[in-house]
Design a protein around this ligand. Structure first.
Ligand code: HEC
Length: 271
């Protein structure tokens, strides 16, 4: 009798572990887009009637054309205010803040969902894929979408006030505020803030603060700073290097000038 009971207990434990394991393996997406936070399992997202197969001609994570099962962002953002900003938090700490206007604009944003029967390739040999959830754009060139606005391995999507509203210390303060500095702030928010805080403000901390304790315009010669932003490995390289390079397609020379004007201004008003 005792043995039977033990066997029974063992079987029950095994069954529970198996069930728990299956649940833990099933990816879920946290959504904070309305009054009540939601946690949607991949299966629930795949069951949405708006699900389609989409072709992405120039996929940023995979550097080639890709095809995905995906939901249009318009479905997820149905009830959000048009002037809000949406925060995509990846499991590695990358945080992209993208204005709702951009997400609903001409770039055509879709949430790609990796399915169990058609897993995506690894981003780097032997590593994980861009899944389970990845923001892709069908016509990024029409919506002026930057490569930093393709967050992958997304764990959470939340509504948030604009970055500069939550972190006013990232705003340039000058009496003669030049347009270049303002445009540079915009470049920083689109291309750099997903990894770097500045002046102690920002959602992500994948890379170092770009103003504290010192600003790279102070400790890099300008030519090397430009080179580093264009292609970090051209300045120094090691296995675990994370920062991507920004080619002239992603960041024009004029935008790089603006970005440096903004960084220089921030060095003058460090707090
Ligand atoms: C995907 C994340 C990511 C993005 C986007 C990114 N960086 Fe970085 N950056 C890093 C990380 C991480 C480092 C530390 C070196 C490394 O691991 O590559 C770094 C290093 C740097 C450094 C060197 C700092 C030092 O003191 O060594 C500078 C300067 C820099 N980044 C500027 C920028 C600028 C300007 C942008 C926007 C145009 C940008 N980065 C975008 C992640 C990022």
């Amino acid at each position: 009798m005792q043995t039977v009971k033990r066997l029974y207990a063992l079987l029950l434990t095994v069954a529970m572990l198996a069930a728990f394991g299956a649940r833990a393996a099933e990816p879920a997406l946290e959504l904070n887009l309305g009054p009540v936070p939601q946690r949607l399992a991949r299966q629930d997202l795949l069951a949405n009637p708006a699900l389609r197969t989409v072709d992405v001609p120039a996929d940023v994570a995979y550097h080639r054309s890709m095809q995905y099962r995906a939901l249009p962002l318009t479905v997820l953002l149905r009830d959000v205010p048009p002037d809000a900003s949406v925060q995509f938090t990846a499991t590695d700490g990358f945080v992209a803040n993208i204005p709702v206007k951009t997400l609903l604009g001409a770039g055509q944003a879709w949430l790609a969902i990796e399915t169990q029967d058609a897993a995506w390739p690894p981003l780097k040999a032997g590593g994980p894929s861009a899944g389970p959830f990845y923001l892709v754009w069908l016509t990024p060139e029409k919506g002026a979408v930057s490569p930093e606005q393709w967050p992958y391995q997304i764990g959470k999507i939340s509504l948030a006030a604009a970055l500069a509203t939550r972190y006013p210390q990232i705003l340039p303060k000058t009496s003669a505020q030049t347009d270049a500095v303002q445009r540079g702030l915009h470049v920083y928010m689109v291309d750099c803030a997903s990894c770097h805080p500045i002046n102690g403000g920002g959602d992500a901390a994948v890379g170092p603060d770009l103003n504290k304790p010192h600003n790279p315009t102070e400790y890099f010669q300008e030519a090397f700073l430009r080179k580093l932003i264009r292609d970090p490995a051209a300045v120094r390289t090691w296995d675990k290097r994370i920062m991507p390079g920004f080619s002239t397609d992603a960041l024009s020379n004029a935008q790089l000038d603006d970005l440096l004007a903004y960084l220089r201004q921030m060095a003058r008003q460090r707090q």
